[in-house]
Ligand binder design. Structure first.
Ligand code: NAD
Ligand code: WQD
Length: 341
């Protein structure tokens, strides 16, 4: 069974990916420092899969800790590198915190396993495109100047990986540019666990519906879109998790060499108001919301051309907005009854 090191494996996307790796017959080994996750998620993964992955609690930005990890776990076939800080606003306030964690952690991993034939999947983001000139955006679209230190860490990380491969390393690398991951596992045993006030739309919707927040503010309805609110490509986290398994399968093939990058979305755009409507329809909950001013730094609209992933990864998103909303709601209700924090 191939061992796959999953950094950030107790986080939102990481925990769902660990489940899909186990379902696909891989042996995930989780590394996490619990800076944005809870140890109980390991129990939840065990409940879902019947298997308890090995877990190393350590900070990947600590060079010595990662060297020790490479000694303790020498025989890994792949790495899926989720571990990073991801709060865009905080990255503007504390850029060094973001550069230190997101860049050092990547370099420490690459250096510690250097020389081994490892298939490496990196969590990138559609944020690298900024506001694309052409929609749906393809992987060939120009990378726009980053809007935040967080976004810049994704651009720099892609360059670090590209240059490492260009220098002839033994790694193979796939960078997955995620669009907007939402939703939760169908068991409602794992999902997104925002610390404090959620910055992202769907957790804010579910927390408002359950009464943790008074109301949702829609950030602008005067954009040049069909109803004036911003458009995004929302993707179910379980579909996203499966894309990582597909990336590992592709890299196993001899004909795959070097480095490649894929958009991971549904290929469809939805407005904020459409998401609210879908949530209300699917759950039967009436959402308290108001229209407010635009949020600084928001792009007007972005959705992905995902044909490259369909052709080469043989992967396609299967779950729609209804499943995204109903699973996010089931998870919100579950944690209201069973706090994991
Ligand atoms: P998350 O915060 O839920 O998960 C990240 C995990 O990494 C957490 O469990 C955290 O404790 C851990 N971690 C952070 N720094 C670490 C360190 N130095 N050492 C060990 N563990 C560390 O975030 P997520 O939403 O699951 O995102 C996973 C990845 O996907 C991130 O790289 C993020 O930038 C990227 N991404 C996320 C989104 C999104 O909207 N969620 C979109 C595009 C890209
Ligand atoms: C979605 C839409 C908001 C909250 C961010 C990061 C990006 C990526 C994913 C990692 C936007 C609107 C939101 C609210 C609202 N992360 N909104 N009221 O901004 O597309 O992307 O997360 O790489 O880098 O920037 O996602 O969920 O914050 O917003 O109206 O209370 O919902 O304006 O149009 P975003 P989001």
């Amino acid at each position: 069974m191939s061992k796959i090191l999953v950094t950030g494996g107790l986080g939102y996307i990481g925990s769902h990916t660990v489940v899909e790796l186990i379902n696909a017959g891989f042996e995930p080994v989780i590394v996490d420092d619990l800076s944005n996750s809870q140890p109980k998620i390991l129990d939840q993964i065990t409940k879902i899969t019947g298997k308890r992955p090995v877990f190393h609690e350590l900070d990947l930005s600590d060079e010595n800790a990662v060297k020790n990890l490479a000694t303790a776990e020498p025989d890994i076939a792949g790495v899926i590198h989720f571990a990073a800080f991801k709060a865009v606003g905080e990255s503007v306030q504390q850029p060094l915190k973001y550069y230190r964690n997101n860049i050092y952690s990547l370099i420490n991993l690459l250096e510690s396993y250097y020389g081994k034939p490892i298939n490496f999947v990196f969590s990138s983001s559609c944020t690298v495109y900024g506001q694309p000139d052409v929609l749906p955006v393809t992987e060939q679209a120009p990378i726009k100047p980053a809007q935040s230190p967080y976004g810049n860490t994704k651009q720099i990380a892609e360059e670090i990986l590209f240059d490492t491969i260009a220098a002839g390393s033994s790694y193979k690398v796939i960078a997955l540019r995620y669009f907007n991951p939402v939703g939760a596992h169908e068991t409602a045993l794992i999902g997104e666990l925002p610390i404090g006030v959620p910055q992202n739309l769907v957790p804010f919707i579910t927390q408002t519906a359950i009464g943790k927040r008074e109301k949702l503010t829609v950030f602008g309805d005067d954009y040049n879109t069909k109803d004036g609110s911003c458009v995004r490509d929302y993707i179910h986290v379980v579909d996203l998790a499966k894309a990582h398994v597909a990336a590992l399968h592709l890299m196993k093939k001899n004909e795959f060499k070097g480095y490649d990058v894929f958009n991971i979305g549904t290929g469809n755009g939805n407005t904020v108001l459409e998401i609210i409507k879908a949530f209300e329809e699917v759950t039967g909950e009436k959402l308290n919301y108001t229209i407010g001013p635009r949020r600084a730094g928001d792009v007007e609209q972005v959705w992905g051309n995902v044909s490259k992933a369909e052709e080469k990864l043989h992967w396609k998103a299967e779950l729609g907005i209804d499943a995204m909303m109903s699973s996010a709601w089931a998870w919100e209700k579950y944690i209201a009854q069973n706090p994991v924090q």
